[in-house]
Design a protein around this ligand. Structure first.
Ligand code: NAD
Length: 481
């Protein structure tokens, strides 16, 4: 069984304490490997290395940064089988999700490579005619990238690639559930020619390595993808040293189903939105609001599909999804379902553990809109369906949430679909599709408790650069005294 060190200054380094922690395969409970247990001492070493790496990296011509990122994309694809295997074992992903994640990560690296060349500045007409002004974009410096477990490669790549493309150095702290895939990414970037210090990984727990990274005075910006509760803690701490923050947090995403849809087709789309990766996706369709004429029939059609989904065998391409990440996640899913049941909701499918950490695909009919299954992020294979009188009420119910990450609207009437899309308060609304969509060039992020800042394509550049105004006096300027 391999023991992995941190990745600092271009090489593997043991924890200063010498301690390690196990990474488990959620499907089998077996240990996939051991990783260094990071503390403040390890974080300080990584940040020091990043500061040194930043100096040289920021000065490289954009074409050089582009070249490294493109090479990394190619390498990632060359290693797709190995990385897919690690994702299957370490994060409990099914093979189709794992492979798609690797390919999407390569696409993100290429998008970031393109952005490296597009750090455009600006000029503007000055109030004072004797002044010439220019606006430059400069990298922030050292970025802390703190990532979650559910798509542990692509979500990390999304932060890291655009940060590097803009000329920053990065210290990553991956989820304690999935440290190994982050270390594999470090190897790929290293082999692609990224200079030592430009990308570092400190593995360990949020309360230890994560807290130390957020508190570090030498970190200039934080890109965080994870739960809203952790995001709040990080923001509270980071503001003390005025770090730039990008927060991609949780969601409780609505899918509005209008009465003109083909019920079977809509149920098929909703099943993917709700059950892809067992609902462990920030943008999962978790709250379905259907017009009353079709709501019950639609919910039953969705439940029938749910009952037929093949579960558990991660290496079979037909398998819909595998396990939840750990026992705590399973307990939360059970609690949400039990509370809805106790509150009088009808469980149309599932509602129980399938085996191990795999929970059955669960469709809840008409839960009270105050219970946890409706209001809180379940992050499991559980979806609730309620009926709305009409489009206006459906939108009002969709907006009854503190979150605002992503939404879907199913209809064949594009005018009603667009009207709904403009009125739903979310960072993204997908008409004709469920709420879970990704695109390397799209601005991904949330309203409300789903966070702030947008990532993807040119939108990431906003987060990872500072604007600087430089002016030049063209004539002798009259001075006030
Ligand atoms: P989490 O918040 O528990 O952990 C995320 C990361 O933060 C981990 O690396 C963890 O070690 C670290 N961390 C924990 N406490 C910390 C602290 N006090 N200081 C610094 N770092 C700390 O999230 P998770 O359970 O790994 O992931 C699931 C959550 O992520 C869900 O809420 C999901 O919606 C969200 N998510 C959001 C997006 C998005 O794009 N909006 C994408 C994927 C996941």
């Amino acid at each position: 069984m391999k023991t992995y060190g941190h990745f600092i200054h271009g090489g593997e380094v043991s924890a200063v304490s010498g301690e390690t922690f196990p990474s488990y395969a959620p499907m089998t409970g077996e240990i996939v490997g051991h990783a260094a247990r990071g503390s403040a001492a390890d974080v300080n070493a990584a940040v020091k290395s990043a500061r040194a790496g930043f100096k040289a990296w920021a000065l490289l011509p954009p074409a050089e940064r582009e070249r490294v990122l493109l090479r990394a994309a190619d390498l990632l694809e060359t290693r797709a089988d190995r990385l897919t295997d690690i994702l299957i074992d370490e994060s409990g992903s099914v093979i189709t999700k794992a492979r798609a994640e690797v390919l999407y990560s390569a696409s993100l690296l290429r998008a970031a490579a393109g952005e490296a060349r597009r750090l455009y500045g600006d000029t503007f007409p000055n109030d004072k005619p004797h002044r010439l002004s220019m606006v430059f974009r400069e990298p922030l410096g050292v970025i802390a990238a703190i990532s979650p477990f559910n798509a542990p490669l692509s979500l990390l790549v999304k932060m890291v690639s655009f940060a590097l493309g803009a000329g920053n150095a990065v210290v990553a702290k991956p989820s304690e559930e999935t440290p190994i895939i982050a270390l594999e990414l470090a190897e790929v970037l290293h082999e692609a020619g990224l200079p030592p210090g430009t990308f570092n990984v400190v593995t360990g727990y949020g309360a230890e390595a994560g807290v130390a990274l957020v508190e570090s005075r030498e970190v200039n910006g934080i890109a965080f993808t994870g739960s809203t509760s952790t995001g709040i803690k990080i923001a509270q701490s980071a503001v003390k040293s005025m770090k730039r923050l990008q927060m991609e947090l949780g969601g409780k995403n609505p899918l509005v189903v209008l009465k003109d849809v083909d019920i079977e087709e809509a149920a098929g789309i909703a099943a993917v939105g709700a059950f892809f990766h067992g609902g462990q996706i920030c943008m999962s369709s978790a709250r379905i609001i259907a017009e009353k004429e079709i709501a019950r029939t639609f919910a039953k059609a969705l439940a029938e599909r749910a009952k037929r989904l093949p579960l558990g065998d991660l290496r079979d391409p037909q398998t819909a999804y595998g396990p939840l990440i750990n026992a705590r996640a399973l307990e939360k899913v059970k609690r949400h379902v039990d509370e809805a049941r106790a509150a009088g909701a009808e469980i149309l499918s599932g509602g129980e553990t399938y085996r191990g950490l795999v929970f059955q695909p669960t469709v809840i009919w008409d839960p009270p809109r105050v219970c946890s299954a409706w209001c809180e992020e379940t992050f499991g294979p559980v979806v609730s369906v309620v009926a709305a009188d009409d489009l206006d009420e459906a939108i009002a119910i969709a907006n009854e949430s503190d979150y605002g990450l992503s939404a879907g609207v199913l209809t064949n009437d594009m005018a009603r679909g667009m009207s709904a899309a403009r009125r739903i308060r979310c960072g993204a609304v997908h008409v004709g599709m469920h709420s879970f969509q990704s695109d390397s060039m799209a601005p991904v992020g949330g309203f409300g408790m789903s966070g702030f800042g947008r990532s993807g394509g040119k939108y990431s550049v906003e987060h990872f650069t500072e604007l600087k105004w430089i002016s030049l006096e063209l004539d002798k300027t009259p001075l006030p005294f």
